[in-house]
Ligand binder design. Structure first.
Ligand code: ADP
Ligand code: MG
Length: 281
C-alpha cells in the first residue's frame, strides 16, 4: 500500500511584477514520479534549491501541482474537500521549532492540534501523554517551551504532529538548526516513531549519518529525482554523489578511498562497525 504517490509532478513558481505580468518562472519540481510505502522510512537528499521543500509541501497539500498528481492515502491533494483530511494524514515538521510551538506550556502546545479538530477532552490528554512519551519529552510536559533546548523543542513539535495521529510525518530538515546532541535526540525520536509506532517517515536532511537506517533514499537534483535506492545502493556511488554536490558519510568515504588504493573492501560501507568487520579487525 502506497501512502504517498506522485505521478509526473511538476511545480512552477511564477514571479510577477506589480502589474501582474509574468517576470519569470522557476520549475522547482520537474516531472517527478515516486511512491512511498506505508510504514517506510524514506529520506530525501539534495543540495540547496533542488526542490525538496517544494516536493514536501505537495505531500501536505500546502502546494497544489502545476502539472501531474499527488495522492496521499489515495486522496488527490487537489481535492479541496480532502485538504484537512490530507493534512491530518500527513503531518509536517519544519526546520525552525520556534515557528511551530505556540503554547505557553509543553502539554498545552501538543494538545492544540487535536483540540482544533474537535477531539474530546479526555482523548486529547491521552494523545498528549502518548505523543510526549513517544518522543521522550513526557517529563517536560509542564515546562515552558522557552526553557527547552533546540532538540527538545523540535521533539515537542514532533509530538504536536503525532497527537493528530498521522499515518505519515514529513520532516523538512528538522535538525538543521540543532547542535549534534539535539540532532541525535531528534533522529532517535523519529526512528522510534517509525519502528515502534509504525508511522511512515519522510525525512529531508543534509546529514548523511541520519539516513543510513532509511528503507529508501531519493536524491533530488534540479527538481528531478537523480538517484533512488537503499542507503547502501546510494552510498556505493561516491563519484555520482560528489557530482551532485553531496557528501557521503565519513566512514563510507574512507572505505571508498582505501578501496581505490587496492584495499579489498565491499562497496557502500555505512557504519564504523561494518568497516571494522570488513577490515577483519
Ligand atoms: P530545497 O528545499 O531543495 O532547497 P526548494 O524547493 O526550496 O529547494 O526550492 C526549489 C527552487 O524553487 C529553487 O530554485 C528556489 O529558489 C525556488 N523557490 C522556492 N520557493 C520559492 C518561492 N516561494 N518563490 C519563488 N521561487 C521559489
Ligand atoms: Mg528546503
Amino acid at each position: 500500500m502506497n501512502i504517498v504517490k506522485a505521478e509526473n509532478l511538476t511545480y512552477e513558481y511564477i514571479r510577477r511584477d506589480e502589474d501582474g505580468n509574468v517576470e519569470g518562472i522557476t520549475t522547482a519540481v520537474d516531472d517527478v514520479s515516486l511512491r512511498v510505502k506505508q510504514g517506510d522510512f524514506v529520506a530525501i537528499l539534495g543540495h540547496n534549491g533542488s526542490g525538496k521543500s517544494t516536493l514536501a509541501k505537495h505531500i501536505n497539500a500546502i502546494l497544489s501541482p502545476t502539472e501531474g498528481t499527488v495522492w496521499v492515502d489515495g486522496k488527490d491533494t487537489r481535492d479541496e474537500e480532502e485538504i484537512w483530511n490530507i493534512r491530518q494524514t500527513a503531518g509536517m515538521v519544519f526546520q525552525n521549532p520556534d515557528n511551530q510551538i505556540i503554547g505557553q506550556v509543553v502539554e498545552e502546545d501538543v494538545g492544540f492540534g487535536p483540540e482544533n479538530i474537535g477531539v474530546p477532552t479526555e482523548e486529547i490528554w491521552e494523545r498528549v501523554t502518548e505523543s510526549l512519551r513517544a518522543v521522550g519529552m513526557y517529563q517536560f510536559r509542564k515546562y515552558s517551551p522557552n526553557k527547552l533546548s533546540g532538540g527538545q523543542k523540535q521533539r515537542v513539535s514532533i509530538a504536536g504532529v503525532l497527537a493528530m495521529h498521522p499515518k505519515c510525518i514529513i520532516l523538512d530538515e528538522p535538525t538543521a538548526m540543532l547542535d549534534p546532541n539535539g540532532r541525535k535526540e531528534v533522529i532517535r525520536a523519529v526512528r522510534g516513531l517509525n519502528q515502534v509506532e509504525g508511522v511512515t517517515v519522510i525525512l529531508i536532511t543534509h546529514y548523511m549519518e541520519e539516513i543510513i537506517h532509511a528503507d529508501k533514499v531519493f536524491v533530488m537534483d534540479r527538481g528531478k529525482i537523480a538517484m533512488e535506492g537503499t542507503p547502501r545502493e546510494i552510498f556505493s556511488q561516491v563519484e555520482k554523489l560528489k557530482a551532485l554536490r553531496l557528501d557521503v558519510p565519513q566512514v563510507t568515504l574512507l572505505a571508498y578511498n582505501l578501496q581505490k588504493k587496492g584495499v579489498p573492501l565491499p562497496d557502500g560501507i555505512l557504519t564504523t562497525e561494518e568497516f571494522v568487520k570488513a577490515l577483519g579487525l
